[in-house]
Design a protein around this ligand. Structure first.
Ligand SMILES: [Zn+2]
Length: 247
């Protein structure tokens, strides 16, 4: 065994790129070890970046798959929303909300889109969802009627009512489409309250769409408590116009 007392260095040639690098003598293993060449460091950085990108793409793909957004709204964006004169402001506000979502998230501010059936409420809500999903933010979308149906049939799929509600309570952004289409049942009120209360207490934003003309109607469709929570945590965006679907 060579008995060197200092960590010696000598020149070597990188097998990959042919440039001069150094080797260090490691006494305790009695070996010359080649230092990492810049080309190898670059390769490692690139590999790490690819791993990160792939992880991110997998996450985005999973979030999209589990989002619950219906096929017809999967491609909804701000660019393919054709606003009427009266809905331009709604479009601007919705776009701004998506851009500044992390700010809105700090105090759990959500939105409530109101307007006629076909005015574009769901399109704008889904445009927000699709934009956020593209940025790796988890969004869950559910229509109010489907929520009730899911809760009622939860046990048929081996999923408990509690699990369904918990997944909606936990989502980073939740969209509940078409609330208050008619007066809610006792079950509807209690499910809505338990989702909302938990989300608001945890500063998690929720977006609603509804064809009510005034938020006051939520008092009769649901109750005072639910009305208070929606009014207190959501910014209202009104879409006043003729139905898009008839245009
Ligand atoms: Zn090299």
């Amino acid at each position: 065994m060579e008995n060197k007392t200092v960590f010696e260095k000598r020149d070597a040639v990188c097998k990959e790129c042919g440039c001069i690098i150094s080797e260090t003598f490691i006494p305790f293993i009695n070996k010359w070890v080649t230092d990492k060449c810049e080309c190898q460091k670059l390769k490692e950085r690139q590999e790490r970046a690819i791993t990160e990108t792939n992880k991110r793409l997998f996450t985005i793909r999973d979030y999209k798959r589990q989002s619950g957004i219906e096929p017809r709204y999967k491609t909804a964006s701000f660019d393919n929303f054709i606003p009427a004169e009266q809905t331009k402001k709604a479009l601007r506000t919705a776009r701004l909300y998506a851009e500044k979502f992390t700010e809105a998230e700090k105090n759990g501010t959500g939105l409530i889109f109101t307007g006629n059936t076909g005015s574009g409420k769901t399109h704008l809500a889904c445009a927000i969802a699709n934009t956020l999903l593209e940025n790796g933010i988890q969004v869950k979308f559910i229509t109010y009627s489907y929520l009730l149906q899911t809760i009622n049939s939860a046990n048929d799929y081996g999923v408990t009512e509690g699990e369904t509600i918990r997944s909606l309570q936990k989502a980073r952004l939740l969209i509940i489409d078409d609330i208050a289409a008619q007066n809610a049942s006792e079950k509807g009120r209690s499910v809505m309250f338990s989702i909302l209360d938990k989300r608001i207490n945890n500063l998690k934003p929720t977006i609603f769409t509804s064809n009510v003309t005034s938020l006051e109607e939520l008092k009769t469709r649901f109750n005072e408590q639910i009305y208070d929570r929606i009014k207190g945590s959501c910014y209202k965006i009104e879409l006043l116009c003729e139905s898009h679907r008839n245009l």
